[in-house]
Design a protein around this ligand. Sequence first.
Ligand SMILES: [Zn+2]
Length: 328
Amino acid sequence: MEQELFIGIDIGGTNTRIALIDDSGRILLVRKVPTEIGLGTPQVSRRLAAECRSLMDAAAGFFGRVVAVGLGAAGRIDAARGMVVFSPNLPSMRDYPLAAELEKNLAIPVVLENDANVYGIGESWVGSGKDIENWIGLTLGTGVGGCLILGKRIWQGDGAGFAGEIGHMTIHPEGPACACGSKGCLETFSSGRALKEGVAAAIAAGTLREGPLYESWKNGSLTPETVYRAATEGNALAQALFDRMGRALGIALASLFNVLGIRHAIIGGGVSASWDRFIGPLRESLARHSGMFDPKEVSVVRSALGDDAALLGAGELARRAARESRRQ
Ligand SMILES: [Zn+2]
């Protein structure tokens, strides 16, 4: 019998990954293409449609048929209208009916959701959140994404187009300026951007004048990985930045554990690869700010799916959309 398959798409600021996914949450095929948002959204949309059609053809090789597509993108999303309302990484996608256009083009259901929510859906389906009813999700990348899974469902709030934006919780009101317009948000301490800006600040203050961090900043090759490597090699500034990252995460998670009365958090995203550098300070900070809960009874773990969480979440979103469209 022909199996039903799904396409999951993770649209990033730089690259887009597109995967063919089966009903049990296995990735059968995955492709990576440059997003090239500079070409304009109509061009990006046409390219996505062509990639989807190519995977729909490839599905026959797995004795299957693609029945729906799920998309994850950063920013404020109007899921009901299938639109990116605003995304700092995908500026030209503003108010573009991406999902509706793809749906018309491919003649199967297409759904769009915020990338941190898609991460939560993926981990909840086949990852670290599989057997957990209520949990807090964080993704550490260029920024800090967040989601809340309550009763195995993504918390959508009042439908304002955002919810669970943990990256924009205020940690220190006099802290660094945040991309959202506020100051001292979690993101300004615990993101890849915060690591790089921490190095830049030390250089501006004249406290960092040589060494690999200084050199890579100077030649424009500084990345969160550079800071991680420096920390593992004993660089005090690099480790101080990871200490700050962990402390801020501990404060945010302690507040949320107290507010929500839940006990689990799952951390993913590219910068979570620096786990061994920030988890110690995170746990200490969590214990210091624990308030109502016993720090021994809460669990903070790493994403099981890594980079694939968003792809699988988009696939699960598609699977639900297919089920929904059958019911109608
Ligand atoms: Zn912010």
